[in-house]
Design a protein around this ligand. Structure first.
Ligand SMILES: Cc1ncc(COP(=O)(O)O)c(C=O)c1O
Length: 422
């Protein structure tokens, strides 16, 4: 890829790496045999909890503005606010109606102002642009900006320098900044690595735009991967993706949740968007040496726990109630479940909170996520549910209901209903 192919010269990624070096972590490339020889780029360990800090740092440092506006699903806003606080920059983050409340709270806790707008990501980005123009603040988009793309590319630079023999890299795709950045990094290093973008099934704007030969806007999505709900391909990004990406694949919510569970078991507390690349790698199961970018770890639970740490209370605020997942009796497989002992299940769930944690009021989601690979009891619950239900629903249930009492209630009610009607 040459500079003539795209607006951004591949060398901009190296310049970004030098500019942001003192603000970012060089994150490890972990070996986790979720697939033979698979490597995991651990960006959940990045400052601010996601790779978004890289592009945000490159833009903030290069622009030198004293006020910025950023449209974000959350992680970009958290990154900009984290940096803004240190650099003395006033930060306003524009978030779409359905964006995570815990991410909004994190931006506010870092001193950022948050404006919520109705609609999806496209409406959000239009509003952010208008607001920046109206107030004279610098616009720092979450992906479609030369400096942001170059900053995100430092993820690829580190990966390809740490493992030059990689055959394939799987990258989650939201706005596409990370994907385009990894492409530029590969071009800069002259690497022929296969680059595969992973989009949520409901938001395949890059795949559709490439096949249509023009930018296609898709409707707002409610993918469980809240960072991957982009609607339009970026103007800066699309030519890079067209030129260099080898393949774009789609993954559904169940596959993302399954990948997230596997990562958690392996001690990597990814958020859903951060697990999408693994879902893609599991789907293709390529021969050779692959790496996935675990792009973030800002789950509701992780943010809530960080919030509690900030306040010094040691207690976690309850995670906001997430949209209901499919109930067991809505599933064909759920109907064909084994006979169950509801008392045993209720005992397992409530006993876990009382006996293992010494508290029956803690937030179920927080505990599950925060425990990472260590909490055998949490996984026992999932396993027991998986014997009764189909796997995705079991996992979704544990992630959805914010208290053990609610979780037990819904499982018992729904299983009883399903057994009675079977
Ligand atoms: C954790 C996480 N992964 C991936 C993405 C997608 O990144 P991009 O917008 O650069 O495609 C996001 C976007 O918010 C994210 O928060």
């Amino acid at each position: 890829m040459t500079a003539a192919d795209t607006r951004i010269a591949p060398a901009a990624v190296q310049a970004a790496a030098e500019r942001i070096a003192s603000h970012v972590r060089h994150t490890p490339l972990l070996r986790r045999d979720l697939l033979p020889g698979l490597l995991v780029k651990a960006e959940h360990l990045q400052h601010s909890g996601s790779f978004k800090l890289r592009g945000a740092a490159n833009a903030l440092l290069a622009l030198g503005a004293d006020a910025v506006v950023a449209g974000s699903s959350g992680n970009h806003g958290i990154a900009v606010a984290t940096l803004g606080r240190g650099l003395g920059v006033r930060v306003t983050v524009v978030m779409a109606a359905g964006a995570a409340e815990t991410k909004e709270a994190a931006v506010r806790a870092l001193g950022g102002r948050v404006v919520r707008v109705p609609g999806g990501v496209a409406a959000r980005d239009r509003y952010a642009k208008e607001l920046a123009a109206r107030t004279g603040a610098a616009l720092v988009p979450s992906s479609d900006h030369d400096l942001v793309v170059a900053g995100q590319g430092t993820v690829g630079l580190e990966m390809l320098r740490d493992a030059p023999d990689l055959d394939a890299i799987f990258v989650p795709v939201g706005g596409g900044g990370l994907l385009a950045g990894v492409c530029l990094a590969a071009a800069h290093l002259g690497s022929a690595v296969r680059i595969i973008g992973v989009e949520p099934d409901g938001a395949r704007r890059y795949a559709r735009s490439l096949s249509a030969g023009r930018p296609v806007e898709v409707p707002p999505s409610d993918s469980v991967a809240d960072g991957l709900r982009g609607q339009r391909p970026g103007e800066v990004i699309l030519p890079i993706v067209r030129h260099r990406v080898d393949e774009l694949i789609g993954v559904g919510d169940p596959a993302v949740l399954r990948a997230m569970t596997l990562l958690h078991r392996a001690g990597i507390p990814a958020e859903p968007s951060g697990a999408a690349a693994l879902a893609g790698a599991l789907r293709l199961n390529l021969p050779g040496r692959s790496a996935v970018v675990v792009s973030g770890g800002n789950s509701a639970a992780a943010l809530a726990a960080a919030g509690a740490a900030h306040t010094g209370t040691g207690r976690r605020p309850a995670a906001p109630h997430r949209p209901a997942c499919p109930h067991p009796h809505h599933s064909e497989e759920g109907r064909a479940m084994n006979p169950i002992d509801t008392a045993e299940l209720t005992g397992l769930i409530t006993g876990y909170y009382r006996e293992t944690l010494g508290d029956d009021t803690l937030d179920a989601t927080s505990d599950f996520f925060e425990a990472g690979g260590d909490s055998l009891a949490a996984f026992q619950i999932v396993h027991r549910l998986q014997e009764l239900l189909d796997a995705e629903i079991a996992v979704a249930l544990v992630f959805t209901y914010p208290s053990p009492a609610e979780l037990a209630q819904v499982v018992v009610d729904d299983l009883s209903l399903a057994s009675a009607s079977a």
